[in-house]
Design a protein around this ligand. Structure first.
Ligand SMILES: Nc1ncnc2c1ncn2[C@@H]1O[C@H](COP(=O)(O)OP(=O)(O)OP(=O)(O)O)[C@@H](O)[C@H]1O
Ligand SMILES: [Mg+2]
Length: 337
């Protein structure tokens, strides 16, 4: 049984699709009022666990309670208490935002007047006011996400599930969603379970982060504690010439714990960054054919946490990289009506 004040408790939750184990015996406890970031690469099992927790999929085995009710045996009780914005928002382009919100209100049994009052509150919380009278088909990607968020909030849920709320959005739309999530959490004390592939998003928003890979929870803690637990600094070296020789030279130094190479870049974990830099530069200068283009020290990131927990990289899911490629969210996020 979960402790009082626990909003989400998963115990040994497993979900299979045929032979595929999408979620593999996951234990998670999220406190009421917490923002829990669920971070993992494509296909890791984030959406599957989210669907299990909001009763859209039954667990194959294990048990989970959300807002005090069992997701398998008390699904109706859970549904009344959770708001869900799924990865693929199911919006009707032909309806206006206001119509969709009204329909959602009726679905949860709110009277017309109560729905109207709630929609007025929501337009303060979620910045969609001026667009409500327009058909959803005219919305930008960011506005659709915010409408979807408002729809998830109509019945004033205790626990909000957001499945990749900012994927494909431009940086401005993304930071607006971040602000709204923070506000819901701070002002209303709403518990938020947020999946993301973006390391920065998890780092920025979450009180605690769970990292999932191939269905398994591989690390969990506050972003700070996870980074600290790695117990290392990171030196990034860009070299020209024989990378494997450079790697071997760096690896042979006592201070070096681990070296990962990607193209001409060595990512080096060291116990003490500042004191490792000059021996590293000296060692590299002795390797025939190798020239150092750049050598810099940085604090560990959640990427390093992922790498150290799984031995793999999270495959290029960085906001800066995406921003420079341009947003995928379609139309610019303007609100001219
Ligand atoms: N309905 C389904 N039937 C069969 N396999 C599925 C189904 N849903 C998900 N899977 C598989 O389960 C695994 C986990 O998928 P899931 O959608 O949970 O990953 P995810 O972490 O949400 O990934 P993404 O970041 O791409 O959204 C994947 O291998 C996926 O192909
Ligand atoms: Mg998903």
């Amino acid at each position: 049984m979960e402790l009082p004040g626990t909003a989400i408790a998963a115990e040994g939750v497993e979900r299979r699709f045929g032979d595929l184990v999408a979620v593999d015996r996951v234990d998670i406890a999220v406190r009421a009022g917490e923002i829990y970031g669920f971070l993992g690469p494509n296909g890791a099992g984030k959406s599957t666990l989210t669907r299990v927790l909001c009763t859209l999929l039954r667990p194959t085995s294990g048990r989970a309670t959300v807002a005090g009710h069992d997701v398998a045996t008390e699904a109706d009780q859970v549904r009344l208490r959770v708001g869900v914005a799924l990865q693929e928002a199911a919006l009707d382009d032909r309806q206006t935002g206001a119509e969709m919100l009204a329909l959602q209100g009726r679905f949860y049994g709110l009277t017309r007047a109560a729905t109207r009052a709630r929609v007025a509150e929501l337009t303060d919380l979620v910045d969609i006011g001026s667009a409500l009278g327009r058909r959803v088909g005219t919305y930008s990607g960011g506005m659709k996400r915010r409408l979807d968020l408002a729809l998830a909030l109509v019945h004033d849920p205790e626990v909000l599930f957001l499945d990749e709320p900012t994927t494909g959005l431009d940086p401005v739309s993304r930071s607006r969603i971040w602000e709204e999530v923070r506000r819901l959490n701070k002002e209303l004390g709403m518990t938020v379970f947020l999946t993301t592939q973006y390391l920065e998003e998890a780092d920025e928003l979450s009180d605690r982060v769970g990292i999932i890979n191939r269905g398994r929870l591989v690390a969990e803690g506050t972003p700070e504690s996870l980074k600290r637990a790695i117990g290392t600094d990171v030196v990034v070296v860009r070299v020209e010439g024989p990378v494997e020789d450079a790697r071997r030279a760096v690896r042979s130094l006592d201070v070096v714990r681990r070296v990962d190479t990607s193209g001409g870049t060595l990512t080096v974990s060291v116990s003490d960054g500042p004191s490792a830099i000059s021996p590293m530069a000296v060692a590299l200068s002795r390797v025939p054919g190798v020239t150092v283009q750049e050598l810099s020290l940085r604090r560990p990131s959640l990427e390093d946490v992922f790498l150290s927990a799984t031995g793999e990289r999270m495959a290029g899911r960085r906001l800066d990289a995406e921003a420079s490629r341009g947003a995928e969210g379609g139309r610019p996020d303007t609100e001219a009506s």
